[in-house]
Design a protein around this ligand. Sequence first.
Ligand code: NAP
Length: 505
Amino acid sequence: MDKTAKDWAAELPDGQLFLGGEWRQGTGAEIVSTFPADGSVNRVLSGASTSDGNEAIDRAKRAQADPSWRALRPHERARYLYRIADGLERNAARVSHIQSLDTGKTLAETQALALSAAGTFRYFGAVAETMDDDLTAQRGTALTLSVFDPLGVVAAITPWNSPIASDAQKVAPALAAGNAVILKPASWAPLTALELARIIDDAGLPKGLFSVLPGSGSQIGNLLVEHPDIAKVSFTGGTQTGRALAHKAAEKLMPISLELGGKSPTIVFADADMNQAIAGVMFGIFSSSGQSCIAGSRLFVQRAVYDEFVARLVAATKALRVGHPFDCATQVAPLIHPDHQSEVAGHVNRALEDGATLLCGGKPPMGDSFAKGNYFEPTILADLPNTARLCRDEVFGPVLAVLPFDDEADVIAAANDNDYGLACGIWTRDFTRAWRVGRAIRAGTVWHNTYKQFSISTPFGGDGDSGIGREKGRQGLRAYMRQKSIYTDLSGAPHPWAGPIPGST
Ligand code: NAP
């Protein structure tokens, strides 16, 4: 066991909440963070209560309205974001170890996520200071402008699978736009957000503008959605939770953005570079142990190459190294929690009941080194129709369904016959076909001959049950602002409707 990681987690400031710029004991229920590789306790937190939540919102509201923040010009606000980015870079090793403890992800992945979070803060600092208000085309006597103001207090509710990435994608644009932010991390992985709070505090952000409230979704999450002083909720998580929050947001007529689940298709045409496609398909579903919203979990392979492709894919999958998150040879690390491991196993069992053929995996690996962790073998199942439960339900684990297809029209119809619409991978050497198919598939992101590549400058989000709204990209800043139109009369004359004004000369 790597001592350094536990030491770093233990060094998080003593108080367990970061409330309005202060570290302090929460007055809500305990939250226990455990290490997915062996079940050992990382940290027991006293979570936030409703009264902690109310206080954080009240402080955020006052801090956001304070001229020391509200009156800052965008380039001045950007300096805070650059300092946070510097802090994330300086502390990347620490952030990554804490995140691996929190989630069980490999260190290689969490290191990349920590650096990418720094890039996210830097990017939105740059966007804030270079984004212009709009001078609109004049159609009357008035000069017309469209300007953008902060919303006020924004709540960010995030899942456990890639905490530093989802936290940064919400906190950075929300702060850059001039808001205050209350972040509620997932109860299974609360430590990374607290480490982010430490870095943001060190960067000197005015007190009150940022709080981290670990606490249960049903209590703290609900409070944030229902509270009248929360002007927007930015949510990433499951579709069922997102739908419930959307109902509540509708009651308040509050904007909400929803980054939800997926059941993303990957499509391999017969002309694809087979090695490239096999590697890409494996990365798409088995990296992060499949705990990724964009996991390519439904694989369609053209019938002419189906047998050969699937045989080679299975052989390569059996050779993947399942192991400890801190072992640099590990490709597939443990799942987040024993309950989640049971859920993943449940999906596999239901698929077998539905007539699937198990090609590999299907269970936790054997051996002492796996006994206490939430490991699950990379699993491939075949011979199910696209209507089977495994092809419709999000598993959020290392489980792939493979299906054959005959032609382009076939596969477009099958790929789109699903409630989700998050991502799609297309493997072919024919660029025009990739273009046609990519345009026809309902998905927020399409990858051609690659998968799971991300750029903060490229918008991301889903359609259908995968969500509403887009994050990232320059417009990602506007998602945290309210638009206002301003007309300034240039004629200098009274409005003719009123006729001559008595007493005027
Ligand atoms: P989840 O159960 O929906 O939880 C997400 C967050 O919502 C957690 O902080 C959770 O708190 C909170 N929450 C739960 N119930 C709530 C309620 N009634 N009111 C307010 N907040 C509530 O999802 P998860 O299991 O953490 O994450 C996995 C899901 O996230 C998958 O479906 C995955 O596809 C999706 N995801 C989507 C994206 C994307 O960008 N599209 C990215 C990553 C993950 P507690 O932890 O305290 O319950």
